[in-house]
Design a binder for this molecule. Structure first.
Ligand SMILES: [Zn+2]
Length: 286
């Protein structure tokens, strides 16, 4: 009787999850959750950005896409009536994070790295073009609150910035690290030695909470773990290349079993190996 009940329960839970995933495809799950102080996290399915509410208005970051941005704009109007969206800051030029910026551009000044602007224009990314750009560091103050923007060199792309909220002790980092999850596929657009160098720089920055563009909130230990993953991957792929093995064999032989519990291990290990192989081959392995 009990086991029958368990089977029924398991079945109804399965049906529930199956139903949820069908619904999720039609209607992306969107959410707003507090991080610290007046800094919040905005989720659109598997993408995340952050926004800061101040006495003089709101600073938003990656719009993600037009539908997500419209939803967020309506929510901000409802939750924080009378507050104008004053700034929109892009993390980098990739369309999956910054499409739909035009939704905020009626009131917001759009800010990005100088090269992000060039790539947005060149690649015709469907978003509002940045109006203010910078090359190394920039600080934006609004209503007594601050966000600091840092360019740390080439890494996941050549125009990615990280955003530090000093009072909230939060760092918003997109696509350089996803806590307890493998890096995305084969590192498209990536510069892997410099990526590892960037993570070391981030380890030296002053913050407590890591707010990534994908996956759950983390901390500095997640940055160090991710850096270690990339270093080990580089070491293992390189030693197979030095032994003269072809890519197909390297894809089978390189394992990262210490990270088996991380998300996407089964799906993205091979693309990770292949991306590292192509990077090292283009760079020269010595
Ligand atoms: Zn990206």
């Amino acid at each position: 009787m009990l086991s029958m009940y368990r089977r029924c329960l398991a079945f109804s839970l399965l049906s529930l999850f199956a139903g949820m995933s069908v619904q999720a495809q039609d209607d992306p799950p969107r959410a707003i959750t507090p991080i610290a102080g007046d800094l919040y996290r905005f989720q659109n399915r598997f993408h995340y950005s952050v926004f800061l509410v101040t006495a003089q208005g709101i600073i938003v970051t990656d719009p993600i896409d037009a539908g997500a941005a419209q939803w967020l704009k309506a929510e901000l109007g409802r939750r924080f009536p009378g507050k104008t969206i004053r700034y929109l800051i892009y993390s980098h030029s990739h369309a999956d994070h910054i499409a739909g910026g035009e939704v905020f551009a009626d009131s917001a000044t759009v800010v990005a790295h100088e090269r992000a602007k060039a790539r947005i224009v060149e690649d015709k990314v469907p978003t509002a073009a940045p109006q203010i750009t910078f090359t190394q560091r920039m600080s934006i103050e609004l209503g007594g609150k601050t966000v600091e923007l840092y360019y740390l060199g080439r890494n996941h792309s050549d125009n990615l910035i990280v955003m530090r909220f000093p009072a909230e002790r939060v760092l918003f980092v997109v696509d350089l690290v996803a806590p307890k999850r493998l890096p995305f596929r084969d590192f498209p657009d990536g510069h892997l030695d410099e990526w590892i160098g960037t993570l070391k720089m981030i380890e030296g920055m002053d913050f407590d909470i890591l707010a990534p563009g994908h996956a759950g909130l983390g901390n500095k230990a997640d940055i160090a773990e991710h850096r270690r993953y990339l270093e080990l991957l580089r070491e293992r792929v390189k030693s197979e290349m030095d032994a003269g093995k072809p890519l197909e064999e390297i894809k089978r032989s390189v394992k990262m079993s210490e990270y088996e519990s991380w998300g996407a291990y089964r799906d993205w290990l091979e693309p990770n190996v292949e991306g590292m192989y192509r990077y090292l081959r283009a760079r020269g392995t010595n």
